[in-house]
Design a protein around this ligand. Structure first.
Ligand SMILES: NC(=O)c1ccc[n+]([C@@H]2O[C@H](COP(=O)([O-])OP(=O)(O)OC[C@H]3O[C@@H](n4cnc5c(N)ncnc54)[C@H](O)[C@@H]3O)[C@@H](O)[C@H]2O)c1
Length: 346
């Protein structure tokens, strides 16, 4: 297998995670970086031994040794570089959330398909790891019977980016720049993994409630215009349903888990456990994986998987069409939270 030449667009915090992952393997080599703030690109190039800090996006995309790019800019700036890179014939791994709205997401999908380039989105992050992989294998093989429901709960105590962490990136709490709060920022991973476990059926209706007002307010002059907490219920064309609870900030511990319900068996994550009920109506719990998911990344990470898939000529996870479905759900959820009504996507 050869080596994939990579360009990185936007060299902030998460770009460093991609750079670190790529530095650990030989399959991908970062040959150029670009940032609208040139000193940031120069700094990242120096830190990671990248030979070129491009002065413009066009300079980076003109390079023939750049075969793929990672777009790691804030959400308002995913669309333009992704489309420009795809039109320039590059494969793209785009940071999450894919897009601010489904219209933007659809434009990116259409551009990738027209140019026959791979477009993947980092919302696949929670598929990585032996727990989710094993759950997915069991759900898709029929070993659980018909899978009819997934529930996922993630409650941070005080984890509002821009306030409690990542204070240098206040854009996270500005709706015009981030598109929303906990739901679009971290719920995006959970909606992806929930739909993946259900076989990515089309979502037909969404009901959502959001809340903001936990923890100390943002320090002046910052104003938080996004939610801390969201609850989403969705239904799918195949009759399956999902419930997501997601919070950047809360006053609870010990309730973070995912469950998958099938007609023959159920699964509980962290650590992955299969539950069946025998003829005596008593449950049998079988621990399938010893460690909680957070403790293992046995399947590498999204960056490494992207590089391997592109080199092998197959679609990386999360395919853009699936990320578009996630964007539709999130957009409908915010509409529902604003109106108090369920939103039909049928
Ligand atoms: N996958 C994950 O685990 C994870 C974690 C944190 C953030 N993220 C996502 O990664 C993205 C970036 O987040 P971050 O925390 O690194 O932000 P950041 O603010 O630290 O870095 C963003 C960088 O992009 C640059 N930039 C802005 N607009 C640009 C443009 N048009 N062209 C080139 N460069 C541009 C900025 O100057 C900055 O250096 C966001 O979408 C965020 O949601 C993902």
């Amino acid at each position: 297998m050869g080596q994939l030449g990579i360009g990185i667009i936007g060299t902030g915090r998460i770009a460093r995670s991609h750079l670190r992952s790529l530095a650990q393997g030989a399959e991908g080599k970062v040959v150029a970086v670009y940032d609208v703030m040139p000193e940031r690109a120069t700094q990242a190039a120096a830190e990671f031994g990248v030979p070129n800090a491009a002065r413009t996006l066009e300079d980076l995309l003109e390079r023939r040794d750049v075969e793929a790019v990672i777009v790691s800019t804030p959400p308002t700036s995913h669309l333009a570089p992704t489309i420009t890179a795809l039109e320039a014939g590059k494969h793209v791994l785009c940071e999450k959330p894919f897009a601010l709205d489904p219209g933007e997401a659809a434009r990116m999908v259409e551009t990738a398909e027209r140019n026959q380039r791979f477009l993947a989105v980092c919302s696949a992050r929670d598929r990585v790891g032996i727990g989710p992989r094993t759950a997915h294998e069991l759900a898709s093989s029929g070993a659980l019977g018909k899978v009819y429901h997934v529930r996922s709960s993630t409650y941070r105590l005080r984890g509002r980016p821009g306030i409690d962490m990542f204070q240098d990136a206040p854009w996270f709490i500005d709706k015009t720049k981030a598109g929303g709060g906990a739901l679009i920022d971290i719920g995006v991973y959970r909606i992806d993994v929930m739909l993946w476990l259900l076989g990515y059926p089309r979502v037909t209706s969404v009901l959502c409630s959001t809340f903001q007002g936990i923890g100390k307010p943002a320090p002046e002059p910052l104003v938080q215009t996004v939610e801390d907490h969201a609850v989403v219920m969705f239904t799918c064309e195949n009759g399956a349903s999902g419930v997501l609870e997601i919070a950047w900030a809360s006053n609870v511990t010990g309730v973070n888990t995912t469950i998958v319900l099938g007609t023959e068996a159920g699964l509980r994550f962290d650590p992955l456990t299969r539950i069946t009920v025998g003829p005596n109506r008593l449950p049998t719990e079988e621990r399938l994986i010893d460690r909680p998911d957070a403790d293992n990344r046995d399947y590498g990470d999204v960056t490494t998987q992207f590089v391997r898939a592109v080199l092998a000529g197959r679609q990386p996870e999360t395919p853009a069409r699936q990320a578009l479905e996630v964007a539709r759900v999130i957009d409908a959820a915010y509409q529902s939270a604003a109106t108090g009504q369920a939103v039909s996507l049928a």
